[in-house]
Ligand binder design. Sequence first.
Ligand SMILES: NC(=O)c1ccc[n+]([C@@H]2O[C@H](COP(=O)([O-])OP(=O)(O)OC[C@H]3O[C@@H](n4cnc5c(N)ncnc54)[C@H](OP(=O)(O)O)[C@@H]3O)[C@@H](O)[C@H]2O)c1
Length: 243
Amino acid sequence: MSNTETTLCLVIGANSAIAQSLTHQQLAQGNRVVAVSRTALAFSHPHLTSLVCDNSESDIEAVCARIAHETDLDKLRYAIIFNGLLHNDKISPEKRLEHINQYQLVQSFQANSITPALWMQHLLPILQQSSGCHLCCFSARVGSINDNRLGGWYSYRASKAALNMLVKTFAIEYARRAKKVKLVAFHPGTTDTLLSQPFQKNVSPEALFKPAFVAEQLLANLAKLPADQQASYIDWQGKNIDW
Ligand SMILES: NC(=O)c1ccc[n+]([C@@H]2O[C@H](COP(=O)([O-])OP(=O)(O)OC[C@H]3O[C@@H](n4cnc5c(N)ncnc54)[C@H](OP(=O)(O)O)[C@@H]3O)[C@@H](O)[C@H]2O)c1
């Protein structure tokens, strides 16, 4: 692939601050972006196709059919799923086991595990038509079972751990059915977005990344990963994380 080739990037969960940085960077480089989000993006560009999806099974299926019909899939290099939920007006990460409740577990698994799983399922026929592509889900280091020393954050941790297992399991079937697709679970590091805002107090300024920096690190590190039919779990530096 020459550096001047126009490529296509599929951005799911496109309202994420990191996703928006990535979208702007791709468009500035002359590449095309198909962006999918629950509410419409606040900006437009001639090379940007913006689609709205409520992440239900039927809507994901319909959006995928539209992407397959309207897009030059041979140029697809990246499909990145940014969706994630740590807190909102009704939930915040549990500090102790008494804080666990069914509502928060369901919301967390829906956003962090189930939504990405449905996208990985329905993207298969699309990605099969790419001549080489990375399928990356935004995970988190706290989803590592081996790395769990601090405890707490039950719903978020468990739903990101479930996401990691889903990525590994999808990679086994993708290896048979879409050999040119590399699956990745990615930890962005603590990034200055709405998701991390309530938890930034004890983070030193140099450890709090700008979304644009993380978007650059993401693509730079994905490009280094070989299409080896294995799932990788990496951080923003490209270092492997223990599953
Ligand atoms: N920021 C950090 O420090 C940090 C650290 C580790 C991991 N992460 C992960 O990085 C990813 C991007 O987060 P961000 O920091 O960029 O946060 P953000 O700006 O708050 O973006 C939130 C993202 O999650 C999606 N989302 C929110 N609620 C959802 C729900 N109920 N169902 C489905 N999707 C939902 C949004 O999708 P729409 O675009 O459709 O609205 C958007 O893609 C997340 O997966 C997060 O867990 C972030």
